[in-house]
Ligand binder design. Structure first.
Ligand code: BTN
Length: 237
């Protein structure tokens, strides 16, 4: 189960970093929740603004068989989108794993592996959701919180519990069929295979059709020539 063992910290640098330091003291499925983080981490070395009111937590897995970090990331992104759907919030996954609502970022996931002697001993999935926190004015064009979408506060414990239960069910049901996790992930993904998109190549904006999507690369057909896009920042529209 996820979250049977739970540690709530009022303040910590980052719940991912906390678990990296302390994973030995926790069991598989344990979660660490922070009321606020002082050095929240985002993907690609970015900082993740984590004031009171948001849901900032990390899940620890100690898998016997390594199934790949991207599987955990996909499972949690699907779980978040499907739990939000129950709250009538139509969120989607912006490739590769950001949770968006109406063009604005609502949540993010940072999965990390801890290895000892080249063996993965722990997987840490960090989840950050803007729930009841205010979005600073300078970020209002790109980020949104759930309370602003629903015009009311959301019970954080409900959300935490619902996401963990759902993620656990997905992991159990699909653990031997990770390709089905990928199928489900693609259902909520933007862009989709077949979509026309604009991308930046050598400072030029060019248009093409998305041929194939994987967790690391978006293959775009530029009329015969296929370009592999590895960063969300290359996508213009
Ligand atoms: C991203 O979209 O860049 C990923 C953001 C992940 C943020 C969460 S908040 C809880 C956990 N602790 C961290 O320091 N980061 C993740």
């Amino acid at each position: 189960m996820i979250g049977e063992e739970i540690e709530v910290l009022y303040e910590v640098d980052s719940t991912n970093e906390f678990l990296k330091r302390n994973y030995k003291s926790f069991h598989d499925g344990a979660i660490v929740v922070a009321i606020k983080q002082t050095a929240g981490k985002g993907r690609m070395g970015r900082t993740w603004y984590s004031p009171e009111g948001g849901l900032w937590y990390s899940v620890l897995f100690k898998p016997k068989v390594h199934i790949g970090l991207h599987v955990y990331t996909k499972v949690f992104s699907i779980a978040i989108v499907e739990v939000l759907k129950k709250l009538k919030v139509k969120a989607y996954i912006k490739w590769p794993n950001d949770i968006y609502y109406n063009g604005k970022k609502l949540a993010g996931i940072l999965s990390e592996a801890v290895s000892v002697n080249d063996r993965v001993v722990a997987i840490i999935v960090g989840i950050g959701i803007n729930v009841n926190n205010d979005i600073p004015d300078d970020l209002k064009d790109i980020a949104i919180s759930l309370k602003d979408i629903l015009k009311k506060k959301v019970k954080i414990t409900y959300l935490l519990d619902a996401i963990n239960k759902h993620a656990w069910n997905l992991l159990i049901s699909y653990r031997n069929e990770t390709e089905n996790i990928t199928k489900l992930w693609k259902k909520y993904l933007v862009p989709r295979e077949g979509d026309r998109i604009k991308i930046k190549v050598d400072e030029q904006i060019v248009e093409g059709t998305v041929l194939k999507i994987t967790e690391d690369t978006l293959y775009v057909d530029m009329g015969g020539k296929v370009i592999g896009v590895q960063s969300i920042h290359q996508i213009v529209e």
